[in-house]
Design a protein around this ligand. Structure first.
Ligand code: SF4
Ligand code: MG
Length: 332
């Protein structure tokens, strides 16, 4: 058990023409206080909907949690009233997204956006909130914080806008910050700066961070622990060191091979052949079987469970699990 967040057997479905389609099917992971955990996987693996479900931000879509629990400290977030949830959103759990322009109000000055949130969540008066806003802009490394307060979002660069978003998210001192592809829209140098900033926030403020990304390079640079998702399932979990040193799941191995290496001048970047299976037509057995170089008969017949090894690492792959003799017989 982790002492901040525990997601257990999470199941998320979307409604499409009266059919219910499961896009997340039995996701388990947790975060301890002050930890940075990455969730990595290709687009469509269910990582973003998993993070949205923690915030319970499904109202505008046809998505819905259909099973499992999301324990945040002592509470199951799925059991809370919308009113209780509003108190947690922003104040205890904050979220930032890939494109800050969609979350910032384009016609409101930066300072006003920060101050409004702070007054609302922390109950400070305008003057105190203004001081807190300036302090937050300094925390995220924005020079000339006072003058930025008077600017509009479009006057800032992409990197600066993302810093502002982080400042807004951090201004209410949340215990958990969820960042969904926070650096994907930025160029490499700015991306590195934003990741450094998130680590600094974690160090100085003790904020736990859940970092959602398709990019294992981002994970290597910033996370303590990694959860690898594929086709709506967790397929591996390990510390960053373990994952890169000895990835157990063939999907993780493929992801690591596709990380661009510094000094690698090869034009063609490796990518895992094949596609993520369509959630409307999920195959039986291991969901990675159609792309796996090690696929065996049993893989197509039965889906492996997520199993914790002796050293606490988790994997969902028949290469690392044995099947009991009597079960073997029933499979033939
Ligand atoms: Fe490959 Fe089988 Fe492991 Fe799936 S269970 S990843 S198909 S070896
Ligand atoms: Mg996404």
């Amino acid at each position: 058990m982790h002492n901040l967040l525990n997601v257990n057997n999470l199941q998320i479905a979307f409604r499409k023409r009266k059919k219910s389609i499961k896009v997340v099917n039995g996701v388990d992971f947790g975060i301890s206080k002050g930890e940075i955990v990455g969730i990595v996987g290709e687009s469509g693996c269910g990582k973003s909907v998993t993070s949205l479900s923690i915030m319970r931000l499904f109202h505008d879509t046809s998505g819905e949690v259909v099973g499992g629990t999301i324990q945040f400290k002592e509470k199951d977030l799925l059991e809370l009233s919308e009113r209780e949830m509003r108190r947690i959103r922003g104040k205890e759990i904050a979220m930032i997204f890939q494109e800050p322009m969609t979350s910032l109000n384009p016609v409101m000055k930066i300072g006003k956006q920060l101050i409004q949130g702070i007054m609302l969540h922390l109950g400070l008066n305008r003057e105190e909130a203004k001081q807190q806003a300036v302090e937050m802009l300094k925390l995220v490394g924005i020079p000339r914080a006072e003058s930025i307060m008077n600017e509009y979002p479009h006057q800032l660069s992409g990197g600066m806008r993302q810093r502002v978003m982080i400042a807004i998210a951090m201004s209410c001192e949340p215990e958990l910050l969820i960042a969904d592809e926070p650096t994907t829209a930025l160029d490499v140098t700015i991306q590195a700066q934003i990741l450094q900033l998130m680590k600094k926030i974690q160090r100085e403020r003790g904020t736990a961070i859940l970092l959602i990304t398709h990019d294992l390079g981002v994970v290597a640079e910033s996370c303590d622990r990694v959860v690898v998702m594929y086709a709506g399932r967790v397929v591996e979990e390990a510390t960053v060191e373990e994952l890169f040193e000895s990835p157990l799941h063939p999907y993780t191995q493929g992801l690591i091979e596709s990380v661009p290496k510094i000094g690698n001048r090869k034009e063609e970047l490796y990518s895992i052949p094949g596609h993520v299976p369509n959630p409307e037509a999920m195959p039986n057995g291991c969901k990675f079987a159609s792309r796996c170089p090690y696929v065996m008969d049993i893989c197509r017949e039965r889906e492996p469970q997520l199993v914790s090894n002796n050293n606490g690492r988790k994997q969902r792959c028949w290469l690392h699990q044995s099947i009991k003799e009597e079960e073997r017989k029933t499979i033939g």
